[in-house]
Design a protein around this ligand. Structure first.
Ligand code: ZN
Length: 346
């Protein structure tokens, strides 16, 4: 039996997403095969496709970190209850046995990997994963919603927890239109914060306001940090949520209040930034790095989604055979929220 998939064999532009036929993978002991009903793109998909200087990805590779589907085959030793179940995939894979894993910090496991980055991912008709990567999909949650939630919500939630966002504090979300940005606005509001956001287009700013941001700032103003000061009685934001890097970092730090925390999970415009240390220590500020999140938190986030307290903001949907166009949409920086990939259409 064969299936359709997208594969990266060499790094480069969207033409390097090769649409191929490949044998349907067979689950080994402890693994299951899931028929994917939806998957979702993350910025990581662009890094996997384009390559990252100094980092080696295990090419050839099927990209795609997020997915949801139906368990259609189980290897030896897998609990029989999974057969036929509707599931959401946990994108992060760890050993489950080391001190980091046992402490619940699986994203710090020395063997940590991510679907579509360190092993074949979800841009395919089926995927084989270890049984421990499965969570039951709530019936009330659509395939698109289930697929679009995990990586971005887990990342955003973990960042806000590490930054110790408190009720009544001001959260500034940089790049409201990113997947993590749309989640950060919603989670910040749930945590009782006042939320400000930046958005590079009028459309994104309008949609950030629709999500509940109190003000949406245009970052094309080179001194946009001043607007944050004006909106916070001169204090600045208590928490700045960063994932853009070079293009925004200087202003993000300028917008930070005394005892403020800047937390970052990404550097989509570059990772070489300048930090004025005198300002940092005199103002008792913190810069916090974060990647992915604890797998146990994903259960909580799915529950919030099921209760309608958070949702994946979906920008657009493309069938698997139009993955090139989906990547181009993401690279255009015009998207707001998640780009969902639906099954191959014959
Ligand atoms: Zn481990």
């Amino acid at each position: 039996m064969m299936m359709h998939c997208a594969r990266v064999r060499d790094h480069g532009d969207a033409d390097q997403l090769l649409l191929e036929q490949t044998p349907v993978p067979e689950p080994a002991s402890g693994e299951v095969r899931v028929r994917l009903m939806a998957s979702a793109l993350n910025h990581l998909d662009l890094w996997v496709r384009k390559g990252v200087a100094g980092h080696r990805f295990p090419l050839p590779l099927i990209p795609g970190c997020d997915g949801a589907g139906i368990v259609e085959a189980c290897g030896d030793g897998v609990a029989p209850r999974w057969q036929g179940r509707e599931v959401v995939l946990i994108p992060g894979i760890s050993c489950g046995e080391c001190p980091r894993c046992l402490a619940g910090d699986d994203m710090l496991c020395p063997d940590y990997g991510i679907l579509g980055e360190t092993r074949d991912g979800t841009c395919a008709e089926t995927i084989v994963v270890p049984e421990c990567q499965l969570l039951e999909k709530p019936d009330a949650v659509s395939w698109q919603q289930a697929a679009a939630l995990p990586l971005s919500s887990l990342t955003a939630y973990s960042m806000l927890v590490k930054a110790q966002l408190n009720p009544g504090e001001t959260l500034l979300v940089i790049a409201a239109g990113s997947g993590v940005g749309t989640m950060a606005i919603q989670l910040g509001l749930l945590m009782g914060a006042r939320v400000l956001a930046t958005g590079s287009t009028a459309e994104k700013r309008s949609r950030a306001l629709d999500l509940g941001a109190e003000h949406a700032i245009d970052p094309s103003d080179p001194q946009w940090a001043r607007q944050v000061k004006e909106l916070t009685a001169g204090e600045g934001a208590d928490v700045v949520f960063e994932n853009v890097g070079e293009a925004t970092f200087e202003n993000s730090l300028l917008a930070l209040a005394k005892a403020g925390r800047l937390v970052t999970c990404g550097a989509t415009t570059g990772s070489q930034v300048t930090v004025e240390l005198k300002r940092l220590f005199f103002k008792n500020q913190q810069i916090i790095g974060s990647t992915m999140g604890r797998r146990e938190d994903l259960t909580r986030l799915l529950s919030l989604q099921q209760q309608g307290k958070i949702h994946a903001v979906i920008d657009s949907e493309y069938p698997l055979q139009e993955l090139h166009a989906a990547h181009q949409r993401m690279e255009s920086r015009n998207s707001f929220g998640k780009i969902v990939i639906t099954p191959w259409q014959d």
